[in-house]
Design a protein around this ligand. Sequence first.
Ligand SMILES: Nc1nc2c(ncn2[C@@H]2O[C@H](COP(=O)(O)OP(=O)(O)OP(=O)(O)O)[C@@H](O)[C@H]2O)c(=O)[nH]1
Length: 412
Amino acid sequence: MKIPSLLLRFPRCYFSRRTYSVNFGFASRADFLGAQSLESAHRCHTKWICSSNCLRRELCQQAAPEQQAEGLSDREQRLVDRLYHGLIQRHRASLAEAITLIESTHSGKKKVAQVLLQKVLSYHREQEKLNQGKPLAFRVGLSGPPGAGKSTFIECFGKMLTERNHKVSVLAVDPSSSTSGGSLLGDKTRMTELSRDMNAYIRPSPTSGTLGGVTRTTNEAILLCEGGGYDIVLVETVGVGQSEFAVADMVDMFILLLPPAGGDELQGIKRGIIEMADLVAINKADGDLVVPARRIQAEYISAMKLLHKRSKVWRPKVMRISAKTGEGISDVWDKMSEFRDLMLTSGELLAKRRKQQKVWMWNLIQENMLEHFRSHLAVKDKIPLLEEKVLRGVLSPGLAADLLLKAFKDGL
Ligand SMILES: Nc1nc2c(ncn2[C@@H]2O[C@H](COP(=O)(O)OP(=O)(O)OP(=O)(O)O)[C@@H](O)[C@H]2O)c(=O)[nH]1
């Protein structure tokens, strides 16, 4: 859309505020006049068109990726085909490359990733049909405070599963690593034996991005792992922060791993997380720690009786285990299998997965909208000033939010 020369010559006349905002992308006539030169006016305007188009394009990509296949270049299409075939032939290198692709923030790569995902999803649906509609993989979330023994547990549990002919993938979600610059959870030195096992695949979460971004990539990585033939997908997260809530919303079963420590030592663990747990495993129940582990187990059993019942067929269990000696690990798997069977036969598992799809969609919308809001010309420059006023206490957060929202709406 070209800005009419009349507007450039007579910016104060002829045009209503609505014309400036709706048609030309400026919050107001004053904003247009604020654009210092003709060139910058054009630049602002082009940027506005680009950002609107980007959002539109991104939403379209997510809504109907199959249509995007038409928009791919030959090279991109060849990449999709190569990764897709590698994935379904269970090549680990293709899975790794595909996950790197979905983690990319580059818009071109994002487009390719969505087409690949759509292909994997179709393949998945076919496979599930052949499996009488039952899910092919069991998605398990594992959370616990630092030092609870998560990696020791995964190493021991994962090895037990691969020995029983399962294929296990471990996705480590650690949004806090965006500040430290490295993903602690995904560090393979934490699970040395399992990372060498050909039937296991360990993958750190992206080391940058928002929680929303991590949610998207983890959800998509789960689908890719399933497409790659992994029948158990373990999503590990550190139990302090918000990531465990996001993870609980993308798995079939959520397990909380706790050390044999009570009250004060577990301050970092939020009550809400305990409510999400389908199984609580008190780890380190060995040697001198057996007695405290028993006590903590009893405490959790009584505390969990008071929690709101989330399933008609399952009551959360509290077990004692030792990831170091391996004691109780196969019992954990038995309980997990029992959970899965009950949830499947009752229909609760499929209902949960469907609900999760909706949550995922809204998470994506929220993330995209927020990004669009923050970068919108009508609010971008106002944000620092209003934030500063809120920090100084001269403006209430509610009023600041209202002002920004109004500027955004006017600028649409
Ligand atoms: N006695 C005993 N020690 C254990 C057990 N499991 C883990 N540990 C020890 O607890 C410490 C922490 O174990 P990790 O597996 O690294 O714990 P984590 O939860 O992965 O910790 P982060 O990597 O900090 O998140 C290590 O020194 C382990 O050897 C267990 O079952 N018994």
